[in-house]
Design a protein around this ligand. Structure first.
Ligand SMILES: [Zn+2]
Length: 374
């Protein structure tokens, strides 16, 4: 691509303040403000041309004409700096080649959000397109699942398969935002489908109303998904091991979250890049014998899901896990929970790493280090 033909515009996310008295320009960023000294006024003049109507080649000519002391390289240097700070974007990308007009309108705010991360060479519509093309499998439409599918639909995900066999109960309604009082006694899967079809009619939401009792069940329901979300916990511990095995066999990432009374927890497994959940268990066995004993006892007792859960903590956890999923799908930013468990605590609302595990040397599920891929 000929850089000189690009028509840059300053992104709307960044306010520009012309502080003429002090011959400087201030660009408001996210937590960091940039100050550009402008003794000649040439930077301000250049900014007046960054409207999306002038090509970089034209901008260089116009600025050098107005300020003969400046060279083309000076102007290109300034544009390059603005680009590396992600302050400008290319107006040539109008998105019609990747998104429908409906999507461009409905997800306009998402697109603006993605725009804040891109450089002149990128197309801000691509991230939304990646989201729309991604096929998600989710297990559990309870508290966490309710919030997650809504967030996913809001982000523009168009293909979701959900496994849920429960019925709606009155005590679910403190946090399970997909359901109403009139849904009590009805199938969560059916109610969720009905509710989401109103919220996002173009969403292809498929439900499997069945109990999972093996990794094979998960694999057969999710044979074509790109990622799996686990936010159910019955039967406690066993379900996690089946879903972990299915994610490894399908070679798709697993994003898991849960509520443990006062804190919410989440982690990410990328098969053959991070340790899987079985690798994690082996780590616990080796390094934390007391935790291992507690875990064994819990499995033996087959404890049901914790019956402590408040909606704001559920929202906080699902916000974290969905942002992790968006990072994975769009490629914007680094995964934060890969190979480690993060927690958010009600008392402080701080996110911290509570467990970190390596890939096991050998693992009957993922193969361990011998099967690692860089
Ligand atoms: Zn493993």
């Amino acid at each position: 691509m000929d850089v000189l033909k690009i028509k840059p515009v300053i992104k709307k996310a960044y306010p520009v303040i012309y502080d003429d008295e002090n011959s400087r320009i201030i660009i408001g960023g996210f937590g960091v403000n940039t100050v550009l000294n402008d003794p000649m006024g040439a930077v301000k003049f250049t900014f007046s041309l960054l409207t999306g109507e002038n090509s970089i080649g034209d901008i260089c000519k116009i600025v050098c004409n107005e300020y003969p002391k400046l060279t083309k390289d000076d102007v290109l240097g300034l544009i390059n700096d603005l680009n590396s700070e992600r302050f400008i974007e290319d107006t040539a990308h109008i998105g019609s080649d990747v998104l429908s007009e409906y999507s461009k309108k409905r997800f306009h705010r998402n697109i603006n959000f993605f725009s804040s991360f891109i450089s002149l060479e990128d197309n801000k519509y691509i991230s939304e397109k990646r989201i729309q093309d991604c096929k998600v499998g989710i297990i559990g439409l309870g508290g966490l699942g309710s919030h997650i599918v809504y967030d996913l639909a809001g982000m523009g995900f168009m293909h979701i398969k959900a496994i849920e066999f429960d019925k709606v109960e009155l005590s679910n309604l403190n946090r399970q935002i997909l359901y109403n009082e009139e849904d009590i006694g009805k199938s969560k899967a059916k109610c969720a489908k009905e509710r989401l079809s109103k919220f996002s009619p173009k969403l292809n939401f498929e439900v499997f109303e069945e109990k999972v009792s093996s990794a094979a069940d998960v694999e057969s329901a999710f044979s074509d998904v790109d990622l799996i979300i686990l936010v159910a916990d019955r039967p406690k511990y066993l379900l996690g091991s089946w879903v972990n095995e299915a994610a490894v066999n399908l070679n798709v990432p697993l994003f898991a979250a849960g509520i443990e009374a006062q804190r919410a927890l989440y982690h990410t497994v990328i098969p053959h890049k991070t340790g899987c959940e079985f690798c994690w268990l082996q780590n616990v066995k080796k390094n934390e014998p007391i935790s291992d004993l507690v875990l064994k006892k819990r499995t033996e007792l087959n404890l049901l899901g914790d019956n402590t859960a408040i909606s704001p903590l559920v929202s906080a956890a699902t916000g974290l896990i969905v942002t992790e999923i968006v990072r994975y799908v769009t490629g914007i930013g680094e995964l934060q929970a890969a190979g480690q468990e993060l927690s958010i605590d009600f008392l402080t609302m701080r996110v911290k790493v509570v467990e970190k595990w390596e890939m096991a040397e050998t693992c009957p599920v993922c193969g361990g280090e011998a099967n690692a891929v860089n």
